[in-house]
Design a protein around this ligand. Sequence first.
Ligand code: NAD
Length: 499
Amino acid sequence: MMSVAYDYGHERQAPAAQAPALKDELLLIDGARVRSLSGRTFKSLNPATEQVIATIAEGDEADVDRAVAAARRAFEGPWRTMRAAERGHILLKWAELLKQHTDEIAALESLDAGKPIAAVLRQDFPAAIDTLTYYAGWADKISGDVVSARDDALTYTVREPVGVVAAIVPWNFPLMIGMWKLAPALACGCTIVMKPAELTSLSALRIAELALEAGLPNGVLNIVTGPGRTVGEALVNHPDVDKVTFTGSPGVGRGIMKGAAGNFKRVSLELGGKSANVIFDDANLEAAAKAAAAGIFFNAGQVCSAGSRVLVQERAYDEVVERLVARAEALRIGDPADRATALGPVISEKQMRSILDYVEIGKQEGAQLATGGTRVGDRGYFISPTVFANVAHEMRISQEEIFGPVVSVIKFKDEADALRLANGTAYSLAAGVWSADIGRVQRFARKARAGTVWINTYGYTDVRLPWGGERDSGLGREHGTAALDNFTEPKAVWMNLNV
Ligand code: NAD
């Protein structure tokens, strides 16, 4: 069994996942489930079986217009003017309702995204709830300062919500990453139009229904499903959207920055990674190899902070490769609905082909395929956990984000070498370091170009700590108080005391 990257503090014993009854899914605009104006739909597949599990309304620019107008009305109307404490109460009520529907929502997420149900119940779902309750608590604690600038004036600041937010999310953690955006934006008093990834729209629609049941006023949270090129771009270009919060690939992120320039929308971007997990020869190699395997095989490697490069000091190299191979081969691959499954399918046929292409590239580049590298079965998008040994830093499999269960194991000589390799990609999201030498791990933590550094552990996130990266890993931070800054604008107020 893999360990997971998130520890919520309790294990939920849930029954085997029940596939929810599936219906045609509609957009959610202004508190109502509606067809798209064009009447078009698209299909969502279960990646474990390739069967159609839902027909979903396909939105376009006209639907985005309606949703943005509803969000603007709700912003100017009930949401912004509501007492902050009341906003917090509604968010807490929403969290309670989500918890009451744990098994249904977890099963939906597992079915739609191909995630092992055990992982959804242990990580994705509790992390989403934790995020929501954390920011519900912030709703009535967002404050400005009285600044003693001058004797003849009272000068102070207030923090105001930025307005209408477009939230564009990827398919790898639809529920959890969706909540990373919804919870702080709503707590700050913003209203939202959310576009889920077209491969995984279902959990967003269901949790938004529960938000209405919790008392969220109509129009505060709108969901427009459909492709990035139409719905996503319409949101990014829309003159009445004030802020875009995006998680996804660097290529799309770059386009979003350009598109947002039209009306100078605020932009935050959480993008890709090629994170290094660095193992020195004095580390606890068993613990390091265990975490390195979890760091790349969790969620079938479809994790922005996946430790897709394991850098190992020469003397420990063979042992770590051996341990990684053993762990890869012991992973239980199979039906995501089975609670014993550790590794589910990847999200789509396109993603599977792309990963298998990278395996070929790795072989052609001269890396040694130590295990895996093949499709498993001929139904569903399963890939065997893959370990490449003798990988050179310059190879494409060491530089490019594969976003699958494929790890490159790279040899290094000393601390300087490790740091050079760890920092030697276009990304800077996360890094791990394993050593018994406290000076060395601290030196590494200082010099690593990464938004998060894990020392003698790997992969944890917590909503109380900032999350994000620079360069091809993004712009700005989510989580903690950083997210409150993302969704508020400071205003300075001067009052003349001498009139
Ligand atoms: P993607 O960029 O293809 O899509 C992300 C979202 O953007 C989807 O909803 C998609 O429909 C939409 N989109 C696509 N084209 C668009 C356009 N032109 N305009 C506006 N929106 C558009 O990414 P993906 O394949 O869904 O996700 C994988 C990527 O996300 C990886 O690079 C991964 O590292 C990254 N990611 C980063 C983090 C993080 O926290 N840094 C977390 C998870 C995933």
